[in-house]
Ligand binder design. Structure first.
Ligand code: GDP
Ligand code: IMO
Ligand code: MG
Length: 434
């Protein structure tokens, strides 16, 4: 029962979409297990670029089952648009399945997301304003709508009758944008959603576990990254889901012993979108140069991503929490021609050297990066030739950089990415599915 999870090791946007697409060639099923359309996963296939938010990356390859698991929050209005785009680009959603337990993002969740951010004032999180936090709040408060509710008329009407007035009162109290919905209009809208995905709603835990029993290859596609995990990330500057290894089990409905491999995706430097501590962050020209070279602009919000040097304190935290069995290092090509590459190996906090990522935001704000400097690989521009030459012919300085990461994190770097395309990848493992 080969199963493999792909999880971001930093603050998201590590290149999970590209690596998922590379590894899912031999997968039968691709499963999203947390997050929602706050994600923006880019997949480049020849001259086509797919920017996926709510759909699993598997929709790009024909013949795969693409599953939205119970731990995901789904915006069906925006999913409809995305489905249209995928179809227009030649993709297919025939294999799409949606968990009956997945929670639905409603219009009022988006409005409440904006209103909550206003209340936070200078403590603003910088959310994607997609309604992710308010939807997960309702799930925990037991007042959420689940995809399966769309199939049960009486239950749906009953839920609308008490949840909608409650939400409207809350929105009035918070000064949120007004919601023009009535119980009737909301019911009609949800009937449209039933039309859209009703026949794809099922118990995806059974689907996934049956597939595992049959020896099928299952790839679990993480969204966001370990540092945005609601428990283990830079709280409160996090998303509202469990982005680390454990999230695969709760969010897909599988037992821990059914997961074979966990691949951590590490960008060769660090980026983050939105607010919150970032110890190895650059500033001024240096930051802008990295942002420009790496094309670091958000897929979901278009915001410029904050950029900094590789932070191995962050990656150690992620490796420990997610149980990475190997890592995939992306965007190594972006570092081409930078003469010196500082790597953060510890933090100095109040005069002490700290090697484990602290919980306290106050401490993180006082932390200074302790760098170990690496020589860059100057004069290397032809990434196609670099990929063709394989690992052993890569510049010595690049191999030193990679091998230092392996030694620090105690896991092999099984996959290296030197460009956004499928074929700009060096696969040092090859045996992903056995
Ligand atoms: P995700 O959210 O983790 O899937 O990552 P995003 O798609 O938000 O951001 C990663 C960006 O980097 C996308 O534009 C990818 O096409 C691009 N990308 C992925 N891997 C590489 C790489 O190795 N080199 C370069 N130059 N770009 C890459
Ligand atoms: P992918 O899957 C980067 C960030 C937001 C904000 C915080 C909370 O593409 O890596 P939310 O809307 O989730 O309540 O916002 O989390 N964030 C991401 N940053 N990549 C993502 O997804 C993100 N999804 C959410 O910027 O700081
Ligand atoms: Mg992204």
């Amino acid at each position: 029962m080969p199963s493999l999870a792909i999880i971001g090791a930093q603050w998201g946007d590590e290149g999970k979409g590209k690596i998922t697409d590379y590894l899912d060639e031999k997968a039968d099923m691709i499963v999203r297990f947390q997050g929602g359309n706050n994600a923006g996963h880019t997949i480049k296939v020849d001259d086509k670029v797919f920017k996926l938010h709510g759909l699993p990356s598997g929709v790009v390859r024909p013949g795969k089952l693409a599953v939205i698991g119970n731990g995901v929050v789904v915006n069906l209005e925006e999913l409809e648009e995305e489905i249209k785009q995928v179809k227009e680009a030649g993709g297919s959603i025939d294999g799409l399945r949606v968990s009956d337990r997945a929670h639905l993002i409603m219009g009022y969740h988006k409005k409440l997301d904006g209103a909550e951010e206003k209340y936070r004032g200078k403590n603003v999180v910088g959310t994607t304003k997609k309604g992710i936090g308010p939807t997960y709040q309702d799930k925990i408060a037991r007042i959420g709508f689940r995809a399966g509710d769309l199939l049960e008329d009486d239950l749906l009407k009953d839920k609308i009758s008490f949840i909608l007035p409650y939400k409207k009162d809350l929105m009035d109290m918070m000064g949120a944008e007004k919601c023009s919905c009535t119980t009737e209009s909301l019911y009609d809208k949800m009937m449209g959603w039933r039309e859209l995905i009703g026949d794809r709603i099922c118990d995806t835990s059974v689907l996934i576990n049956d597939a595992l029993d049959e020896g099928k290859n299952i790839l679990f596609e993480g969204a966001q990254g370990a540092m945005l995990d609601v428990d283990h990330g830079t709280y409160p500057y996090v998303t509202s889901s469990a982005t680390c290894g454990g999230g695969v089990c709760t969010g897909a409905g599988i037992a821990p012993n059914r997961l074979n491999k966990v691949v951590g995706i590490v960008k060769a430097y660090t980026t983050r979108v939105g607010e919150g501590p970032f110890v190895s962050e650059l500033s001024g020209e240096q930051e802008l140069e990295l942002q420009k070279k790496g094309g670091e602009f958000g897929v979901t919000t278009g915001r410029g991503r904050r950029c900094g040097w590789l932070d191995l304190v962050v990656c150690e935290h992620a490796t420990r929490l997610c149980g990475f069995t190997s890592i995939g290092i992306t965007k190594l090509d972006v570092l081409n021609d930078i003469p010196e590459l500082p790597v953060c190996v510890a933090y100095e906090i109040d005069g002490e050297e700290v090697k484990h990522f602290p919980a306290s935001i106050a401490k993180l704000n006082r932390a200074k990066p302790v760098y170990q400097n690496f020589k860059g690989w100057k004069g290397w521009k032809d990434t196609a030739a670099m990929v063709k030459g394989g690992y052993d012919n890569l510049p010595g300085e690049m191999r030193e950089y990679v091998e230092f990461m392996e030694k620090y994190l105690k896991v092999p770097a099984d996959i290296l990415s030197l460009g956004p395309d499928r074929d700009e990848t060096i696969d040092r493992c090859g045996r992903w599915w056995n």
